[in-house]
Design a protein around this ligand. Structure first.
Ligand code: ZN
Length: 393
């Protein structure tokens, strides 16, 4: 396709239309309007479409292109929510085309990918091809929050022999990624006047001790835990907050931690490691009081933000490898340290071999200049079409 034709292509126009319907957490009923758009769009294409009511008007859209039942079924998963615009460098929702990119919130993460998935299904249908297996689009809500959309998909019994999660991968793919847990440690002190601090218990000082102990005892252990497809087990102190003002002994301090864990770890084992350190400090110092909790804002309904477990020998992994290699005309890159995605849910709870690959580049996700190359959109329609034809044949 000539370069000046690209901006008129159906996938670009669809991406623009999706961007123009805001679907972040400050929009009333969030994903409801964009879900309606996707539903109607897929219906017009002649796909079988249904809603899943996840929470009131917040609905997943499930669109299916049926095969003849002799081949493998494939899930295309994408999330319909985006992060809020915050302070973007340009209008987040006008979906302007500039210098070969579509600009806007969700362009890269990941309305572009959803557009590519829909167009790939349309392609196959319009060519009059009937594949052996079904292609099932799961346009799911809530990935940027609690992943309640994809949790709902798995619990509803929708399954397949393989799945693609279309998060941006820069023409590479990911076979695995770590699980994610947010933890808060609340350290309790005792307030006293700053002139007589010996009468109080300073929660900030206690927090400092705890941080040092975590750095000395836990962090080196995490570094040693490595997974071929995910990198090391890691943690980050993301926030600390304590005290009220300079002349009061701080009676409380909280520390928030982001913890990325490997398949051999789990939420219980992760919490236990912090609890052991807390218990050790309590034994040394009777004034040390702290508790650890899982942060509500990151809790799913029932599941955890579990890892995407790599299945390099699965049919879907082999198919993606082959298609990307043919397309790139070289070995595709395997991303080994990417962030968490809904692939963790499909993989761990749905037991579906899952691969992450999609148009765009992770560096533009959540960014002030979120955008996606037009050429990536066009190319990924082709890549997804080939993956589906190969996998479901
Ligand atoms: Zn995303």
């Amino acid at each position: 396709m000539a370069k000046n034709d690209i901006s008129n292509s159906e996938v670009v126009r669809l991406t623009q239309e999706l961007i123009r319907i805001p679907s972040h957490k400050y929009v009333e009923n969030r994903e409801s309007e964009v879900a309606e758009f996707i539903y109607e769009y897929c219906k017009k294409l002649g796909l079988e479409v249904e809603y899943q009511e996840v929470e009131g008007l917040r609905r997943n859209v499930i669109a299916r292109l049926r095969g003849n039942g002799t081949g493998k079924n494939l899930i295309f998963n994408g999330h319909t929510d985006t992060v809020p615009p915050y302070e973007m460098d340009f209008d987040p929702f006008s979906a302007e085309i500039k210098d070969g990119y579509v600009l806007g919130r969700g362009a890269n993460d990941m309305k572009g990918a959803i557009a590519c998935m829909i167009m790939a299904m349309a392609n196959i249908k319009n060519q009059g091809k009937v594949l052996g297996g079904d292609i099932i689009l799961t346009a799911a809500v809530g990935e940027e929050e609690k992943s309640d959309g994809t949790e709902y998909v798995v619990k509803s019994g929708i399954t397949a022999d393989g799945a693609i999660v279309g998060e941006p991968a820069n023409y590479g793919y990911a076979l695995g990624h770590r699980g994610l847990e947010w933890l808060e440690i609340r350290i309790q002190g005792k307030v006293a006047h700053g002139g007589i601090p010996q009468l109080g218990i300073n929660a900030i000082s206690k927090a400092a001790k705890l941080i040092t102990k975590i750095e000395d005892e836990l962090m080196p252990k995490l570094k040693e835990r490595q997974n071929e497809w995910m990198g090391p087990s890691v943690m980050n102190f993301g926030l600390i907050k304590g005290g009220t003002q300079p002349s009061s002994v701080a009676d409380s301090c909280i520390i928030q931690i982001d913890r990325r864990y490997l398949p051999e770890e789990n939420v219980e084992s992760v919490i236990k490691e912090y609890q052991d350190i807390i218990n050790g400090l309590k034994a040394e110092d009777p004034e040390f009081k702290a508790e650890i909790i899982r942060m509500e804002s990151n809790l799913m309904e029932e599941y955890d933000h579990a890892p995407l477990i790599a299945q390099p020998d699965s049919e879907i992994a082999k198919t993606v490898y082959k298609v990307l290699k043919d397309f790139n005309k070289k070995e595709p890159t395997i991303e080994k340290r990417r962030g968490w995605t809904d692939a963790g849910v499909l993989s761990t709870y749905g037991q579906i071999p899952t691969v992450v690959t999609g148009p765009g580049d992770l560096k533009y996700s959540h960014a002030k200049d979120e955008k996606i190359p037009l050429v990536d959109l066009v190319n990924y329609v082709e890549i997804y079409t080939k993956i589906a034809e190969e996998f479901c044949k």
